[in-house]
Design a protein around this ligand. Sequence first.
Ligand SMILES: [Zn+2]
Ligand SMILES: [Zn+2]
Length: 348
Amino acid sequence: MKGTMRGICKSKPGVGAEYREDLPIPQITEDEVLIKVHATAICGTDIHLYHWNDYAQKRMTDLPMVFGHETAGEIVEMGKNVTGYQLGDRISVETHVPCNRCWQCQNGNPHICENQRIFGVTDPGAFAEYAPVHKDCIVRLDEGITYEMGAMLEAMGAGVHGVEVAKVQGKRVLVSGCGPIGLMTIGACKAHGAKQIIACDLIDQKLEIAKTMGADIVVNSKTVHLPDFVRSRTDGVGVDAVIDITGSKQAIVAGLKAVRKGGIFVSVGLPNGEVGLNLTEDIIYREVTYTGVSGRLMFETWEDCMRILQTPGFSLEPVIGGIYPLCAFEKALEDMKKGAPGKMILIP
Ligand SMILES: [Zn+2]
Ligand SMILES: [Zn+2]
């Protein structure tokens, strides 16, 4: 497709990004489709890219570039190697672009490919009217899933992957952090049949939404000693599983002490730099399993997300923090910075 489009572009290294109306519509390769973006959501990663931290500097090497990776849209053009899809198909996008050649890709783990590229981070993304999507990253949306929900699935999938690894059915779980992913994780724990869900955060407003999403107990971590609190609500035992969305060092250390002996701790959130842990006391003697998840299983977790979305009583509505036109992205960022709860969605 020829012509220009509106989009948010990182033009040069450094803080910031610009909204422009004269960007070229991406020209797709034979292995890609072009989507007309109907909704796109802002991720913590986008804030890193905007602020040009270490993560951004290492990965965003090909500027100028449109960024943004959480999205849903409709196929409007197809490369000749793309099969199984049609113009007009409604899709979302897996952001981990696999190489299909490395050991991980060839052994069932393309989501942790050794040569991973990332849609909207290393490669052009979705904060625009149109975006190029690799054929291996297309996820067809089930009927009844709106574009706004479709744009939230990628982030939801990160939390749901944590829920899958924690195997929460029948268990007592602590979800640490009630940002958008935390809130969706709580809903997923509920849908997966967790016996008791405790949610913590530092912002009361977010804890209110956590209740709506299915948390049985919510607590502001500022007001209690978290491990003691969790123990007091679990017959002195601790929770079977902690899913940490915060990536905060204090939250991880406190969360580890809130897991029962023999329980599991799953890190979804990314700490900045190293975290000091007392391996002897908190992990080895207590036989705690510590693991992390990166992205989503391709594509079991996506299937799981869509199943959860269709669970009676489950709704993503409470997780939507605001819907903005693309040109107002700075306002959305500002609202996030002020601590506004929920996922911010941009409509091109
Ligand atoms: Zn994201
Ligand atoms: Zn690979």
